[in-house]
Design a protein around this ligand. Structure first.
Ligand code: TYM
Length: 334
């Protein structure tokens, strides 16, 4: 591992406006990691089409995710931000990985099982081989560190399995085993309506999630309506075990204030959830407000955003091109 240059890679699907889970679980960390690492962040449109997409919406969502990266603080001049489909090496390497990865491994992926449900015979092949493409995204750059939310942990384990099997099969030490970076107080932000489900873009209820483009009023009213409890706030986490919605609010507040959960609990113990919610709404407005303003600002200049993507793709290809060539040599293509 140490022989590999440290490099961060991560991706976000352009399947709708990003929410607080995407921000706290991933993008906030993308921004911090820039201080220490060379970072490559990708809008993964090829992953998005594993389920049906409206082409016009996909195009505009791609720019919105890019704008969200920049608005949150990713420096597109220093780092690389780009669109997956414009760098062919991702799908080329994914084909090699389709031949390394095992059907049994993919069948065990909980996200595939959840998404396919009872409809397993009728979902796209892409949805099943999705984790192979994800491994290709990361390994096309020999990336060593991958910041993601908790829900991507299993996919990353599969990326490591693929890297390891490739190295073993071809008797090389070519791919690093990428390390997941899952950290912070909100690695799994839950729905504001049902604390047993993760906050997601696809939940039917808009009140289940806070969007990065929500107005201050939207944020306040969503937090006010969030499910909580009529008991007073306890002083330790154990007492919240059967109250996932309450724990979620405390996790979110801790993450936004960069405080430990224990410290937040000490400050709120014995108080009502309405007090916590008021403070949480204020904090979220403080955190999300400037990001929203900047996203909307950036989206006014789509030509500029397209230029950023073109520049990013060029830089990404410069790294991925020679790596893919090596892979092709290793497998015997030339
Ligand atoms: P995606 O687009 O679903 O989500 C983007 C990032 O947000 C995190 N996330 C969350 N974190 C905390 N709480 C939540 N409720 C929550 N919801 C989403 C995700 O964990 C993710 O980090 N397969 C990936 C995209 C991808 C990728 C990659 C990631 C494609 N190739 C290579 C890393 C490396 C996905 O669908 O993320």
């Amino acid at each position: 591992m140490s022989s590999f240059q440290k490099r961060v890679f991560s991706g976000v699907q352009p399947t709708g406006t990003l929410h607080l889970g995407n921000y706290l679980g991933a993008i906030k960390n993308f921004v911090e990691l820039q201080k220490e690492f060379e970072c490559i962040y990708c809008v993964v449109d090829q992953h998005a089409i594993t389920v049906e997409q409206n082409p016009a919406e996909l195009r505009s969502n791609t720019l919105e995710v890019l704008a969200s990266f920049i608005a949150a603080g990713v420096d597109y001049k220093k780092q690389i931000i780009f669109q997956q489909s414009s760098v062919a090496e991702h799908s080329q390497l994914a084909w090699v990985f389709n031949c390394v990865s095992r059907i049994g491994w993919l069948n065990r992926m909980t996200q595939f099982k959840d998404k396919a449900g009872k409809n397993k015979e009728n979902v796209s092949v892409g949805l099943m081989v999705y984790p192979n493409l994800m491994a290709a995204d990361i390994l096309a750059y020999l990336a060593t560190h991958v910041p993601v939310g908790d829900d991507q942990k299993q996919h990353l384990e599969l990326s490591r399995d693929i890297a390891q099997k490739f190295n073993n099969d071809f008797k090389v030490d070519f791919f690093p085993l990428p390390e997941p970076l899952i950290y912070g107080n909100a690695t799994r932000v839950m729905s504001l309506r049902d604390g047993t489900k993760k906050m997601s873009k696809s939940d039917a209820s808009e009140f289940s999630r806070i969007l990065l483009t929500d107005s201050d009023d939207d944020i306040s009213s969503k937090i006010k309506k969030a499910k909580s409890d009529s008991d007073l706030i306890p002083d330790n986490k154990d007492q919240l075990q059967n109250k996932p919605e309450c724990l979620n609010l405390i996790n979110i507040l801790s993450a936004c204030s960069n405080e430990s959960i224990e410290k937040t609990l000490v400050s709120y113990a014995g108080k009502e959830y309405s007090k916590l919610k008021n403070d949480l709404a204020d904090k979220l407005i403080q955190v999300i407000g400037p990001i929203r303003t900047e996203i909307l600002n950036l989206l006014n200049n789509k030509d500029e955003l397209n230029k950023v993507l073109d520049m990013g793709s060029e830089k990404a290809s410069t790294i991925a091109g020679p790596i893919l060539k090596e892979v092709y040599k290793i497998v015997g293509f030339r």
